[in-house]
Design a protein around this ligand. Sequence first.
Ligand code: 1HE
Length: 261
Amino acid sequence: MTGTGGLVTYELRGDVALIGLNRPEKRNAISDGFVEAIHEAVTRAAGEARAGVIHGHGPHFCAGLDLSEHSEKPLFEAVKGSRRWHRVFDEIERGTIPFVAAISGAAVGGGFELAASAQIRVAEEGAFFALPEGQRGIFVGGGGSVRIARLIGPARMGDMMLTGRVLDAATMEGWGGVSYVVKAGQAVDKALELAAQMATNAEFTNYAIINALPRIADMSSEDGLFTESMVASLATMTPEAKDRLRAFLEKRAAKVEAPNG
Ligand code: 1HE
């Protein structure tokens, strides 16, 4: 299936939805129509998959905002456009299933903002990250000031925006912006592997991870701890938790293995 205007490809592989940004001739720059195509694909994934992967067709993940469309926008249209990005990216960050961003080439401006809305980022060694809004005379508008700032810290984000520096994947991994760095051509496979693993988790636990963690991070310690107790108790009440706990106690479930063990 392809989304609105063929801008997005969509494939269901078992329990995992594979969503491909499909405007390679414009480096997957995000136009207004593209935002709607992403929305359509993410909504479909939430309805029928247990995890999702977002990747870019062609050599680049995403070149960010479509600057040709944006340059002529009246003020209020720009505000509404930014708020639409927020809502659509929020469906990725705080929806019902987890997403992995598989990044090759550029994850620039709004492309990095899109990647930051996924729960996990996998980057190929040649991937690169930049926030060139300062040079373009604009500002992040796709949720980056919240999501990217929380991911790598506001000082590092400010550094990227002020200086226009371009970070390679290894540096971004050190900054906490990506969790996995893989060889060229392997990001989608690694992301699919991680998504398939997440898809085997209890659905309610995945939902709680996606929705409770970022909210608890916004709370005071006391409120966070109280909320944690409520969410933990709700999770324990689900039939899935009872089945899985019983399976472990009856030695039918996998143990936690030491790495390289
Ligand atoms: C675009 C865009 C775009 C490419 N909007 N058309 N984003 C940027 O400032 C990044 C701008 N793009 C680039 O720096 C480069 O294109 C890349 C490093 C991503 C890729 O370079 P390259 O050499 O592979 O491709 P290219 O030749 O630069 O671009 C190919 C075509 O894509 C070309 O169009 P053509 O008609 O001349 O073939 C480019 O104009 C077009 N293209 N990127 C429109 N972004 C919600 S607020 C978020 C704010 C931001 O995202 S600011 C950052 C914007």
